[in-house]
Design a protein around this ligand. Structure first.
Ligand SMILES: [Zn+2]
Length: 128
């Protein structure tokens, strides 16, 4: 599969050709499953094309499914979890760093253990 390689803020971004018109976002892979505003992606300079195998595209798409932007700290990561029961918010996802931080906090303050970080899409991940 041939995809455009574009330049956004001096970074190389693979335009994954996945556009969310309602959310006004386009998937742009930078090594992490990032999303860019549609107009930013549309106006970005195309500097070349990259050839990805089906296998690589599938792997990147899986990262978009299981990863993305943490709703707590805003970092883009390859793996996100559903929120834990002490900070539950429908539709939000949390990164491992925030999870581990919260785990320490709750253990220290009330003795509750929220358990290990469980990435979405993995076995034993919670599904709400
Ligand atoms: Zn986070």
């Amino acid at each position: 599969m041939k995809l455009n390689l574009v330049l956004i803020d001096n970074r190389l971004v693979i335009d994954m050709n996945v556009n969310d018109v309602i959310g006004f976002k386009a998937d742009g892979y930078t090594g992490l499953p990032e999303r860019f505003d549609l107009d930013v992606m549309g106006e970005a300079d195309v500097i070349g094309t990259v050839e990805l195998s089906e296998e690589q595209v599938t792997k990147i798409k899986a990262e978009y499914k299981s990863g993305g932007k943490c709703d707590w700290c805003g970092e883009v990561v390859a793996e996100l979890s559903h929120p834990h029961f002490n900070d539950f918010a429908i539709g939000k996802k949390m990164c491992r760093t925030c999870w581990d931080h919260d785990r320490d906090v709750y253990k220290g303050s009330c003795g509750d253990d929220i358990g290990d970080f469980k990435p979405v899409g993995r076995k034993n991940s919670h599904e709400y």
